[in-house]
Design a protein. Structure first.
Length: 489
C-alpha cells in the first residue's frame, strides 16, 4: 500500500489529539524540571540572583573578564570564582548535575564560533549554510543546533508508548536480502503473425480467369491454384523458352529463358510441362504459397490486373502473435526471453506457454502501457486472431537484492520514505531510493542497510505526527511558537 501526503489533511483531527497529548507531556516534564531546579538551589543555599550571576559569568568572554578586573587581587579572585564554577556540584537525588547544566568557557567559546548549518526536517540530506526553503518539499529549513534530532541530520523522530503502538496496529518488518522473482499480470490479444502474411501480385499485366476462391476467410493450402492468369508477357517468355530448346542453343541461353519464366511466377511444374510438350499455355496458375486463410480478396473473374494489384492476401495461422500491454511502472522489469503463461476465457482450462519475443520501443499514449510480443503455437487451430487473453510474465533472474515490504514505502510523488523503528516505541522517517517492485516487495537501492527495522503498517499516523513535530520545530526556530522546547530523541 502506498500512502501519499494528501491523507495527512484528512487526519488533522488525529494529529491534533497527538499534539495535545505531546504538549501536556512536554509541559508536565518542563514543570517538573523547573521544580527540581528550585529545590537544588534551595538545598545549596543559592538564590535566583546567584544563579543569574553564575550564568552571566559562564557566558562572558575573556575580554569582558579582563575589563571587569582592575587589580591583581580582584583578577585573582575572579579567576578562582570561575574555576570553582567549573567544578561539578554534588547532585541531589532525581536532579540534573550542575556539570550537565553548565558550559565551561572553552565549550561556550566553541559554541559561539561554530558556523550554523541549516537542514530540512523532512529531507536531512539537504544541508545549507544559510536559511531558506528545501528545494525538494519547500519546507523552511531549521538550524542545526547540535542537539535536536532534526539538526543532527535526521528527520524528527516520534515516540509512542506501547499502548498506542498496539492500538495503531503497528507492524515491524526487517530489511533483508530477497531473490527478485515474481509474475506480472497483464492483458493481451491475439493477432496475425505478420511474418506469415503473404500478398500475391501478378508479375505481368493480364486478366484473371478461372477464380477458385470466392470470399475472404476461405481456407487454402500450399500449392493450391487460386486463379488462372492470361498475360501476354508470360506467353512471349514461353515462346522464347521453346525457341532456345529447339535451336540447340547453348545451355546458358536455355537456363536464362527458364529463369525468366520463374521470375514471372510461372510454377516449376508448369515450366517442366511446357518443356516436355513443346507447347505454350495461354494461362498460368496463381498458386498459394502457404497454408492459411484468405484475409483479403481483390481478384475477380475477368478482372484486369497489374503488378501493383494485390490479388490475394493469405495468413498462416499455425502461429499467432499475442500483444501484451504492460503497465508503464512495470515495463522496466520485462526483458526478451522471459517466460509467459497465457490463458483465454474462451478456452477454460487451457494454458499456453511462450516467451517474450519483442519489446516495442514506444508507449501507448492512451493506456500508458508498453506493448510486448509473444509468439504462440497454434498448430491445432484453436486460437483465432483478436481473442482476449490474460498473460503472466515471469520476471527476475533469481539474484538477491535488498528489499522491504511494499506497505513500508511512503511516496508522495516527489520523495520516497520509510519509517525506521528505533526501538522503545521510537520511530523516525528516512528518505530512500526505491528500485524494482516485485510481488509484495520493493527493492531498496539506497538509504537502508540489511537488518534495520521499518514500519510496514500504520505509517500514516506516525508520519503525520512526525511532520507535525517538524513544523513545530520550524515555527519555533522562527520565533512564531514561544514556549515550545525541543528535546533530542
Amino acid at each position: 500500500m502506498t500512502t501519499s501526503r494528501n491523507p495527512r489533511r484528512r487526519l488533522r483531527g488525529v494529529t491534533a489529539v497527538l499534539l495535545g497529548i505531546a504538549a501536556i507531556i512536554s509541559f508536565r516534564t518542563i514543570g517538573a524540571q523547573d521544580q527540581t531546579a528550585v529545590h537544588d538551589m534551595s538545598a545549596r543555599g543559592e538564590t535566583g540572583h546567584d544563579l543569574h550571576a553564575q550564568m552571566q559569568h559562564v557566558h562572558s568572554s575573556p575580554a569582558e573578564e579582563s575589563t571587569a578586573s582592575h587589580g591583581h587581587g580582584l583578577h585573582k579572585e575572579h579567576q578562582e570564582h570561575a574555576e570553582a564554577s567549573m567544578h561539578p556540584m554534588p547532585a541531589m537525588p532525581g536532579s540534573t548535575s550542575s556539570a550537565e547544566q553548565r558550559l565551561t568557557l572553552p565549550e561556550a567559546q566553541r559554541s559561539l564560533d561554530r558556523t550554523p548549518l541549516y537542514v530540512c526536517p523532512m529531507h536531512p540530506e539537504v544541508i545549507a549554510s544559510e536559511p531558506g526553503n528545501c528545494p525538494i518539499c519547500g519546507m523552511a529549513m531549521v538550524m542545526d543546533d547540535g542537539g535536536s534530532t532534526a539538526g543532527a541530520g535526521h528527520a524528527p523522530a516520534v515516540s509512542l508508548d506501547s499502548g498506542l503502538v498496539q492500538s495503531f496496529g503497528v507492524r515491524i518488518a526487517t530489511v533483508e536480502q530477497r531473490a527478485v522473482e515474481d509474475w506480472i499480470s497483464a492483458p493481451g490479444r491475439t493477432r496475425f503473425d505478420e511474418t506469415r502474411l503473404y500478398h500475391l501480385h501478378p508479375r505481368a499485366a493480364g486478366w484473371i480467369e478461372g477464380l477458385t476462391v470466392r470470399a475472404e476467410g476461405d481456407p487454402v493450402s500450399a500449392g493450391q491454384a487460386l486463379a488462372a492468369l492470361y498475360a501476354p508477357e508470360i506467353l512471349s517468355a514461353q515462346v522464347s523458352f521453346l525457341i532456345a530448346l529447339g535451336e540447340a542453343s547453348s545451355p546458358r541461353q536455355v537456363t536464362n529463358a527458364r529463369n525468366l519464366l520463374r521470375l514471372l511466377a510461372v510454377p516449376d511444374d508448369v515450366i517442366f510441362a511446357i518443356e516436355e510438350s513443346g507447347e505454350t499455355r495461354n494461362t498460368v496458375p496463381v498458386v498459394a504459397p502457404s497454408n492459411g486463410i484468405i484475409t483479403r480478396l481483390e481478384a475477380r473473374d475477368g478482372m484486369y490486373v497489374e503488378p501493383d494489384t494485390a490479388m490475394f492476401t493469405i495468413a498462416d495461422l499455425s502461429k499467432l502473435w499475442l500483444l501484451v500491454h504492460v503497465r508503464e511502472s512495470e515495463s522496466a522489469l520485462v526483458a526478451i526471453g522471459q517466460e509467459v503463461e497465457v490463458e483465454f476465457d474462451a478456452l477454460p482450462g487451457r494454458r499456453y506457454r511462450g516467451a517474450v519475443d519483442y519489446l516495442y520501443p514506444d508507449l501507448d499514449a492512451a493506456t500508458r502501457s508498453r506493448p510486448l510480443r509473444v509468439v504462440l503455437d497454434n498448430s491445432d487451430r484453436e486460437l483465432q486472431p483478436e481473442m482476449w487473453a490474460r498473460a503472466k510474465i515471469r520476471i527476475g533472474d533469481g539474484t538477491s537484492t535488498l528489499a522491504i515490504p511494499r506497505g513500508a514505502l511512503l511516496e508522495d510523488g516527489r520523495t520516497s520514505q520509510v519509517l525506521l523503528a528505533l526501538g522503545d516505541g521510537r520511530f523516525q522517517p528516512r528518505a530512500i531510493i526505491p528500485g524494482r517492485r516485485f510481488g509484495d516487495w520493493v527493492e531498496v537501492r539506497s538509504g537502508l542497510r540489511a537488518g534495520e527495522r521499518v514500519v510496514s503498517s500504520a505509517q500514516f499516523l506516525i508520519d503525520s505526527e512526525s511532520d507535525l513535530q517538524a513544523e513545530l520545530q520550524r515555527l519555533s526556530a522562527s520565533g512564531q511558537v514561544p514556549g515550545v522546547h525541543h528535546h533530542g530523541h
